[in-house]
Design a protein around this ligand. Sequence first.
Ligand SMILES: NC(=O)c1ccc[n+]([C@@H]2O[C@H](COP(=O)([O-])OP(=O)(O)OC[C@H]3O[C@@H](n4cnc5c(N)ncnc54)[C@H](OP(=O)(O)O)[C@@H]3O)[C@@H](O)[C@H]2O)c1
Length: 298
Amino acid sequence: MVEIAVERAAINPSDLIPVTGAYRNRTVLPFVPGFEGTGTVRRIGAGVTGLKPGDRVLPLGATGLWQSYLQRPAEWCFPVPDDLSIEQAATAYVNPMTTLRLIAELKAHFGGSSGLSGRRIGVTAAGSAIGRMLLIALSAEGAEMTAIVRSEATAARLPALPGLQTWVTGQQLAGKDVVFDALVDAVGGETGGQLLRHHLSPGGVFLQYGALSGIPVAQEALSARPDVRFAFLWLRSFVHSAGRQALSSALAHCFDGLRDGTFASEIAATYPLSRISEALAHQHAPNRIGKILLDPRC
Ligand SMILES: NC(=O)c1ccc[n+]([C@@H]2O[C@H](COP(=O)([O-])OP(=O)(O)OC[C@H]3O[C@@H](n4cnc5c(N)ncnc54)[C@H](OP(=O)(O)O)[C@@H]3O)[C@@H](O)[C@H]2O)c1
């Protein structure tokens, strides 16, 4: 085992599921939230090699980052390169790796590594951290991207990418037939259902990875489209089946994306863990732009 002094932890939507009591039969108490964060190794147990006190690490694969000290098996602790800032390290894992997995799924659907060039891909909740990462990374793959957002204010702060179309839900997308080869959805509910029913070409893929609306895509919408593939992506499934080598390799891609800006996350604020209530209120604030981080040292 390795004991880590946690220095920054992120608040992500998935952390709020146990915190709010959703799916409560899956939460075993006592429970410490926090899937993502970074810290420094404080002590190592007998037989641990490859890590020593003072090393910066990312502990993967379990919750518990919203506390000052965390003990994890050494095999689940991954070194953080020195050139990454503490904020970069604390946001290096969940969203960048989910983005990489979503892109891998899209490539698998369309076949081969060049399969995304010229594909029309719509991304919902495009102003979210993952939405922004998807827009940048898929544009770089040559895909024709449409950012689907719920307000003009969000549309106004999307990354400036060549050829990027923007669709504010409830409005028409001027001058374009809105049919996509792939939809990557984190909203679900009515928005996801309408997109699936009316805006996905036959043979396309609807890749869902979140339900920010709090409502799943209706079964009728799924039944209405036997001509497309519907898939749900869980980062957790990959993390717990990939093995350490594949996770190290995926993290190396995440770190590269942080360095070149593809996976950069805007930071809205950092709160001491002692002010967790304020941090959670800010997380829910309608005008929040960027991630909320916790500093568990104070
Ligand atoms: N499947 C997985 O393994 C996995 C892994 C990581 C994350 N996720 C999911 O990915 C999603 C995004 O995570 P994130 O960290 O990128 O989020 P985030 O940065 O916290 O951003 C969420 C943003 O989505 C927009 N939004 C919220 N509710 C919405 C709704 N009902 N309709 C449209 N837009 C809405 C809001 O932006 P505006 O106010 O600007 O519209 C909000 O700021 C979450 O659902 C999360 O649970 C899934």
